[in-house]
Structure formats: structure tokens, C-alpha cells
Design a protein. Structure first.
Length: 372
């Protein structure tokens, strides 16, 4: 009798446990949720992964390409000696701004100066003899052949004087244009020979910035186009310039063309040789499809978005074009009227049910988050 009682008790317990499991959603203490708030199929409560979404939109986008270039002086020269000589005077200091024609260095030229005086006297004597003969030739006191001989002698004396003056001018080294001098490479009293470096001279009032662009965008580039340049050495500065020259040839190996832009450098902050990043506008795309940049999911070298339709996420491959702060252009994969997910991308799977939470993310909101 005791055995049958135990069997009956076990059966009752099993029945109660089964009922509790079957009605677990209705039992707040068993299911862990209040019956009034539990989500059940058919109850009308929202289902799926909570995400935020954004609608694709169309807008005109200025197409911009980036390149790297090297800053160059508007004019640059290495000042060298043109003749043998001892440096007698140095008339500049390092880093000095000089005008065209300013005397930078003078070499000892006493011997050349004396030679000039000698040749000048010889030239003047030859000229006097020629003038006298020319005055007497009318009275036939001097033969024409003698006049011609004296004329040649005068011309030869003039040529010798001119040559010596040119040699003397080589002892005076001048600045060929306005600019800023570099480091001094010589000392007072040093012997210099032709080609010896004395200093450098750069006109940096305007900077020439050269960079390469692909031939595919050449149709959108013209002289006068605006360029924006930055340098890692001057992180907070942005410099604007204009395209001044486009090379007449395309490199057959790189399929790129060299472009030169001119940037005003009145403050002398850009130095020749500085590495710079260049942004160049090469045209405008009308009605471009734009989505928040954070809606993009990179995978295997490709870009994807999750298109949200009827509460379901569809993984869609896209091709991205121009990027703006907080926005990305989609040039392939979307029609332009879709809604895409901007949060929960790592949890989403193709075909997963989702529910949008909060207000849809606009392009301007995406911009603010990107800039923040």
C-alpha cells in the first residue's frame, strides 16, 4: 500500500511539472517575466533585433581626388663661384632676404682691375689714332688702307677691354633674383674655384606644388582649378592654390600625368622639399546616392550594407565612390530609395528580423557624429 502511494505522488508531481512548463509564459515566477509584459506570438509586441536606420538620399557631390606632392620654390639656384679667387668680402648673412642684383661675395681682383685700366688706356689711344687718320683721309694725307688698319686696331683694343671687364665681373657674385639665402658654405679668405658652392637662393613667395593624377580624371582638370594642400609638419594649416600647368605627356608606365599648382606663401611657412597631401576637385556628380558612412560593413575587401525592408535585413554588396564627412557615395548596389541599418551591423545576418528604434538617422545627424 505504501508503494502505491509513492507511485501516485510521483505521478502527481510529474503532471504538475509538465503543466508548469507548458504554461511557463503565463507564470511570472516561473517564466521570469510579468505576464502582462511578456512578448508572445500574436500579441502585437515588436520582434527582432533593435537597430537604428537611415534613408539613402540623393545630392550633388563634388568629386575630389587626393594625391601627394613635393613643394618646390618658385625659383631656386645654387650660388657658385665663376672664377678662381680669394674671398675678399662676404656681404650677406644666412637666411637673409635679398633683392635681385645684390652683391653677395667679392673676390680679390686687384690684378684684374689694373689690367682693365691698362686696356682702357690702350683702347683710348687706338681710338685717338683712328680719329686722326679719319680726319686726314679727306685731304689724302693718309691712305685709306692705313685708316682701315687703325680701325681694326681700335676694335681689337675695345674687345680686349670688354673681355677683361667680363673676367672682373666674375669676381663679384650677385643675387640673380629676389629670394631668401640658405646656409653659407665658404669663409672669408677661402680660395674658391669655378663651381664651388657659396650658398643657395630660393624665391619662396610662391610655392610650386607638383603631383601626379591618374589619366582617368584628366578630363575634369583644367588650369585654374582649386587645390587644397596640407602637410604633416603643419597639421592645423590648410593651404589653397590653383592649377597652373598640366604636363603635355602621360607617363606610359604609371598612366598618370604631372600637374603643377601654385600656392601663395607670403608667411614663408611652406619650405621647399616639404611633403604635402593635395585634394583636387575634378568635377561634380549630380544626384549621387549618399548613405551614412557608418552603414558600411567591410568584408573580404568588399563593402556591404544591410537594406531594411518589411522588418527584415538584406545583406547587399555596394560599390563606394566619393566620401564626404560622415557620408559615402554608393555608385553601385542601391537604387537610392532604400533604408539601411546604421547600428548593430556586427549582430545582423542576412534575412534577420529587425525593428527600428528611435527616429531614423538623417544624413546631417551622421555628419554631426562623424565630426564629433
Amino acid at each position: 500500500m505504501k508503494l502505491w502511494g509513492q507511485v501516485i505522488v510521483v505521478g502527481l508531481l510529474a503532471t504538475a511539472a509538465g503543466a508548469a512548463y507548458y504554461y511557463r509564459d503565463s507564470l511570472p515566477l516561473v517564466g521570469g517575466k510579468p505576464a502582462a509584459t511578456a512578448a508572445r506570438p500574436g500579441s502585437g509586441a515588436p520582434q527582432g533585433l533593435p537597430i537604428q536606420t537611415a534613408a539613402a538620399r540623393r545630392m550633388d557631390v563634388t568629386r575630389t581626388i587626393e594625391a601627394v606632392g613635393t613643394a618646390q620654390s618658385n625659383e631656386a639656384v645654387t650660388i657658385t663661384a665663376k672664377a678662381n679667387g680669394i674671398i675678399e668680402r662676404i656681404n650677406f648673412v644666412e637666411g637673409q632676404q635679398v633683392k635681385a642684383g645684390a652683391i653677395l661675395v667679392e673676390l680679390e681682383a686687384g690684378e684684374s682691375s689694373a689690367k682693365i685700366n691698362e686696356l682702357r688706356a690702350a683702347r683710348d689711344g687706338a681710338k685717338l689714332a683712328y680719329d686722326r687718320a679719319l680726319a686726314l683721309v679727306a685731304s689724302r694725307s693718309v691712305a685709306q688702307a692705313r685708316v682701315d688698319e687703325l680701325s681694326k686696331a681700335y676694335e681689337a683694343a675695345e674687345a680686349r677691354l670688354t673681355a677683361e671687364r667680363a673676367r672682373f665681373s666674375d669676381s663679384v657674385i650677385r643675387a640673380p633674383f629676389n629670394g631668401k639665402l640658405g646656409l653659407r658654405k665658404v669663409s672669408l679668405g677661402a680660395l674658391v674655384r669655378p663651381g664651388d658652392v657659396i650658398t643657395t637662393l630660393d624665391d619662396t613667395s610662391v610655392i610650386k606644388l607638383e603631383f601626379d593624377i591618374p589619366e582617368t580624371v584628366l578630363g575634369g582638370v583644367a588650369t585654374g582649378n582649386i587645390v587644397t594642400a596640407r602637410s604633416d609638419a603643419l597639421r592645423e594649416r590648410k593651404f589653397e592654390g590653383t592649377v597652373s600647368t598640366i604636363d603635355s605627356r602621360i607617363d606610359p608606365t604609371t598612366r598618370a600625368v604631372r600637374v603643377r599648382a601654385r600656392i601663395q606663401n607670403a608667411e614663408d611657412v611652406i619650405k621647399p622639399g616639404m611633403f604635402m597631401t593635395v585634394a583636387l576637385a575634378v568635377g561634380t556628380t549630380r544626384d549621387a546616392i549618399m548613405i551614412p558612412e557608418e552603414a558600411l560593413l567591410a568584408s573580404g575587401g568588399e563593402q556591404f550594407v544591410y537594406v531594411i525592408s518589411d522588418g527584415k535585413a538584406t545583406r547587399t554588396r555596394v560599390q563606394v565612390g566619393q566620401r564626404l564627412p560622415g557620408l559615402a557615395q554608393v555608385i553601385e548596389g542601391l537604387r537610392g530609395d532604400e533604408t539601411v541599418a546604421v547600428t548593430g551591423l556586427q549582430q545582423l545576418r542576412d534575412g534577420m528580423r529587425v525593428r527600428a528604434t528611435g527616429a531614423p538617422v538623417s544624413g546631417s545627424a551622421a555628419d554631426r557624429r562623424s565630426q564629433g
